[in-house]
Design a protein around this ligand. Structure first.
Ligand code: SF4
Length: 290
């Protein structure tokens, strides 16, 4: 098949940094208990590899609860960030802390903290159950209002004259613009801070652009990965082409490719390069009947 390798794709700076920090910790503390509190990045192949370096995973939808299952040693906070309460509890337990929060997520934490200190209520567009909103909301408990869809905006009852609207770093650019607009229709005074990170924006724009030249797009990434699932979504909704998420080459179904000539391949910001390479190699070698 004709394969268009969409660029940019794959690892972003935040993921590279988080993996580097985790491996460095394992190297410096051989044999000592090291735990990552949640998936360091949302890809099981990455966490499996880290476990081979002696880093255990404690998974929990709630970081504070998860922390109670870390009895000793070092705890690594993931690229998605954690709330100040989690950091305080970890320190109080006597754990050694390694913070692998992405610098782009830290910017949002600081923004929310600053706005709350200046008396604002913050409408935060994000995904329920994702660790990034949990961490950001913890910067100003009770002052950050999580909205996931337009219905949530309709139900908001914020009385404060000072309102700001911001968002999770890995959402769809287009959905988020529409959500910000909706918030500002309801609260015209709301100040908007679009925090979608550059890596997410670049990958989404490239995928939508490439979809115009392809019959379909395959996104290599984990189902857990917000930015990978958003790539599928933006290709379908804005590129108007079929798009499929695959964890590995084994997930590709030949029926997707039947009658198709050109396939675009991209990958989420937490997808190891090797997995994408295997998908590209497989597709390039395919010789399907026309
Ligand atoms: Fe940071 Fe964006 Fe990568 Fe998330 S996707 S780790 S926010 S650069």
């Amino acid at each position: 098949m004709d394969v268009l390798k969409i660029t940019p794709r794959g690892y972003c700076h935040g993921v590279v940094e988080a993996i580097r920090a985790a491996k460095q910790t394992a190297k410096e503390r051989p044999g000592a208990p090291i735990t990552m509190l949640g998936y360091l990045v949302h890809n099981t192949h990455v966490t499996d590899e880290l476990s081979r370096h002696g880093i255990e995973l404690v998974d929990s939808d709630n970081r504070l609860e998860g922390l109670e299952r870390v009895p000793e040693g070092t705890v690594i906070f993931t690229a998605h960030g954690v709330s100040p309460a989690v950091k305080e509890r970890a320190a109080a337990k006597g754990l050694s802390l390694v913070d692998a929060t992405c610098s782009d997520v830290i910017v949002t934490h600081e923004l929310v903290k600053d706005l709350a200190e200046r008396g604002y209520d913050i409408v935060y567009i994000g995904r329920r159950g994702h660790p990034e909103p949990e961490g950001v909301m913890g910067e100003a408990p009770g002052r950050v209002h999580l909205v996931q869809d337009p219905q949530d905006v309709d139900q908001l009852e914020v009385k404060n004259e000072r309102i700001a609207v911001t968002c999770q770093t890995t959402l769809s650019i287009w959905d988020t613009a529409a959500m910000i607009k909706r918030v500002r229709e309801k609260y015209p005074q709301a100040e908007a801070y679009n925090e979608i990170c550059r890596a997410t924006q670049d990958r989404q724009e490239a995928a939508v652009e490439a979809a115009r030249e392809c019959d379909l797009v395959i996104v290599v990434g984990s189902d857990r990965s917000s930015n990978s699932r958003r790539l599928v979504q933006v290709v379908q909704e804005l590129g108007h082409k079929p798009a499929y998420l695959v964890d590995t080459v084994k997930d590709i179904k030949l029926e997707w490719l039947s009658g198709k000539k050109r396939v675009g391949v991209t990958s989420g910001a937490s997808t190891p390069t090797q997995l994408t390479r295997e998908v590209v190699t497989y597709l390039e070698a395919l010789d399907l009947p026309a």
